[in-house]
Design a protein around this ligand. Structure first.
Ligand code: ATP
Length: 696
């Protein structure tokens, strides 16, 4: 529901049509007051509609600021503001002494709260007259700050921050400072923003626009369907073109209706990668894909790469996380003219970059690949040779190939590009059906012998027939869109739908940002647990004995995308090398509570859910891949509470550190839903209540 009064007090006082920063801050405060996703979406929709109508020019800036970014991941959007610059600017703008700031930091543990209190206590002697902040002005200043580098840039940045802080009032100070430290703390607005935008643009158009919003249907169901469609369209656009700088102008120009045609893939803009679903073993994979033709591929253990090349030969290489890593692989860039066959002008291709011995062609481990510098690698002095194992082609000569079936995309890739042994080759693959059990088992075995992690299995052709493990039980089937509805024996059709009788058809299309059943992963060590987890380290204890110099154990958490909170799941003290312990201690060093190190704090974050209290809390900065023996119910850890048991969370037995995931941001950490969905031998037994994991 649109509540025009939500921001009334603020807009009434505003004399011009430039949207005030206070409007955005008010929305942040409202979002922070609730945990209800519906209320969060409503608040954002109201904010966006207000801007669409009153000041569409500020919409883009507002969207970036709300999502805690100033630009897409693949462009430089680091503000580069250490705690010391912010402290100095605060001292300058509020007259508070450094000693008082330190005291406040010890009390709050959050720079936003520190700044807020410092300004409240502000000395009356103001040197500069405050000018009310606008959304656009705050945003453009941040962009300016991010672009400053070289000599004198630190002082320059500090001056800009100080000016912003002088002009900020009340809650603006708190949220502005949180934005400056790039931790806005307003829950999961990143995922919610697309939903809010799709609704706002289904309901409002800018004044004088030459397009109109759809007429709102009277019935609730029809309205929900309309919103659902708009959301799906915008999600798909964002997955292909994850950049608000492109999305927002198109929306303002033509509304949701033009998005599919206006905002498709673009060269040098990475699309969000398609993801694979987990299976326990080959048997489960075969059951799921029964009745289809599929390709089994080696699952190489390297770094996923999306390679873009335009018709002028300019190359960009992006990571799984959509970060630009062209300067890490200049050797690959040099190779591109040689792999392009006749007739290839522009393309987007995907593959796995793997460390390799170029003399023997033998694959090396991921750890060796990790030794390559992360940027500005000198092509004349390459220490770790790599090979690209290409597996998909998503764009060719100005045309998107996403909707073509995998067999066709792969065929085009093989026919239009040229392999170069040990440098650029196709992934090893075996085309099969579920009849070919022996050949598939043999292929899986050889993948492990070749130092691969297992296999990826991909459906080759679109398949709109329901695939059931017991076809004799199906009494009725039909296809609606990409859903197959199946009625089973002994259940009426409606009930069957509710019981999961409707399932996605297996399309062999490339579906950015989706984890569907048409790409399955079968990994080698699935016997011990269904998968590894990607967890965020949130705190540490002082080690004992040999480990007394380091942090051990480490408290790990899953991230709840609904609330933006981190839910503690286990302590981990195995799998770390001494070198890693030392690096960890450097990164998360204890500054004695002075606030010098922005990676640690003596205070628990408001968005951490943990009953244990480590000696030091970490900022959520990294994602670690963790293996484990099993999952167990726990009275100590709150992860996934309410999903499996009402009063117990989930924890891991024998968690073991495998590696740091350089290619994943904290937003891609495992979720409570994912954790709760992993089959476990322990939680499936209702009588099992102990021993509990690692809870010493
Ligand atoms: P996900 O990417 O599915 O979130 P993840 O990053 O933890 O999970 P895995 O579960 O190990 O990774 O498997 C998917 C990854 O496997 C891909 O992102 C890609 O980097 C890698 N990979 C290796 N070989 C292939 C292949 N033949 N096809 C697709 N991906 C492959």
């Amino acid at each position: 529901s649109f509540d025009p009064d939500m921001f009334k007090g603020i807009l009434d006082k505003w004399p011009t049509r430039k949207a005030p920063y206070a409007l955005l801050t008010r929305a942040f405060v409202l979002v922070n007051l609730t945990r209800s996703r519906i209320k969060i979406v409503d608040t954002l929709v109201n904010l966006l509609r207000t801007l669409i109508r009153l000041d569409p020019e500020s919409l883009l800036a507002a969207v970036w600021l709300t999502t805690n970014d100033i630009g897409p991941t693949y462009e430089n959007n680091e503000l580069g503001l250490g705690i010391s610059i912010i402290s100095k600017a605060l001292t300058g703008s509020s007259g508070t002494t450094t000693a008082t700031l330190k005291k406040l930091f010890n009390k709050h543990g959050d720079m936003g709260d520190v700044a807020f209190e410092a300004k409240v206590k502000q000395k009356a002697l103001m040197m500069k007259k405050p000018i009310p902040l606008t959304i656009k002005n705050v945003y453009t200043t941040l962009v300016k700050i991010a672009s400053m580098s070289g000599k004198g840039s630190q002082e320059n940045k500090q001056r800009h921050v100080e000016r912003l802080l002088v002009d900020a009032k009340g809650e603006e100070v708190r949220y502005l400072t949180r934005t400056l430290t790039q931790h806005l703390r307003i829950g999961a607005v990143k995922t919610t923003m697309i939903i809010a935008l799709s609704r706002a643009f289904s309901l409002s158009a800018p004044d004088g626009a030459n397009w109109e919003c759809p007429t709102m249907p009277k019935s609730k169901e029809a309205r929900q369907e309309l919103f659902g469609k708009a959301e799906e369209v915008l999600k798909q656009c964002f997955a292909r073109r994850p950049n608000y700088n492109d999305i927002i102008p198109s929306l303002l120009k033509g509304g949701i209706g033009v998005m599919e045609t206006e905002c498709g893939m673009a060269i040098h803009v990475p699309l969000k990668p398609m993801l694979g679903s987990i299976t326990r073993d080959l048997a489960e994979m075969l059951m799921k894909l029964h009745g289809t033709s599929f390709s089994c591929e080696f699952k190489y253990d390297g770094q996923r790469a999306q390679i873009h090349c335009d018709s002028n030969g300019k190359v960009s290489i992006f990571s799984r996380n959509l970060e630009l890593m062209t300067s890490k692989y200049p050797d690959l860039v040099e190779l591109i003219p040689r792999i392009r066959g006749d007739g290839v002008q522009s393309f987007v291709m995907e593959g796995e970059i793997v460390a390799i011995d170029i003399n023997t062609g033998q694959i090396k481990s991921f750890q060796i690949l990790a030794e390559r510098e992360r940027r500005n690698v000198d092509v004349g002095n390459i220490r770790v040779d790599v090979c690209l194992f290409a597996f998909d082609l998503m764009y060719l000569n100005g045309q998107e190939l996403l909707l073509r079936p995998f067999r066709e995309r792969r065929g085009l890739m093989h026919s239009m590009f040229v392999e170069i042994p040990t440098k650029f080759v196709w992934v090893r693959s075996l085309d099969a059906t579920s009849e070919d059990v022996d050949a598939i088992r043999e292929f899986f075995r050889s993948s492990l012998e070749t130092k691969c992690e297992g296999i990826m299995v991909k459906v080759l052709d679109n398949c709109t027939k329901p695939l059931m493990s017991k076809p004799e039980e199906v009494i009725e089937e039909g296809v609606e869109g990409n859903l197959v509805s199946v009625a089973m024996k002994g259940r009426d059709k409606e009930k069957a739908k509710l019981a999961g009788g409707r399932r996605k058809a297996l399309l062999a299309t490339y579906e950015p940002d989706k984890r569907l059943e048409s790409w399955l992963k079968v990994k080698k060590d699935y016997d011990s647990a269904a998968d590894t987890l990607d967890l965020v380290p949130i705190g540490g204890w002082h080690g004992l004995g040999r480990k007394s110099k380091w942090w051990s154990p480490i408290l790990l958490a899953v991230r709840n995308p609904e609330t933006g909170t981190f839910e503690a799941v286990c302590k981990c003290m195995s799998g770390f090398t001494d070198k890693y312990y030392a690096e960890m201690k450097d990164f998360y060093n204890d500054d004695g509570g002075s606030g010098e190190n922005i990676n640690t704090s003596r205070h628990k974050k408001a968005y951490y859910e943990a009953s244990l209290c480590p000696a030091i809390w970490f900022e959520p900065k990294e994602v670690w891949e963790i293996a484990f023996a099993d999952i167990t119910l726990s009275p100590t850890y709150s992860a996934a509470m309410g999903l499996v048991s009402e009063d117990r969370g989930l924890s891991l037995r024998f968690p073991r550190f495998l590696r740091k995931r350089e290619d994943k941001g904290i937003e891609e950490a495992s979720t409570p839903q994912f954790l709760a969905g992993i089959p476990s031998s322990l939680i499936l037994r209702p009588w099992f209540f102990g021993p509990l994991a690692n809870e010493s």
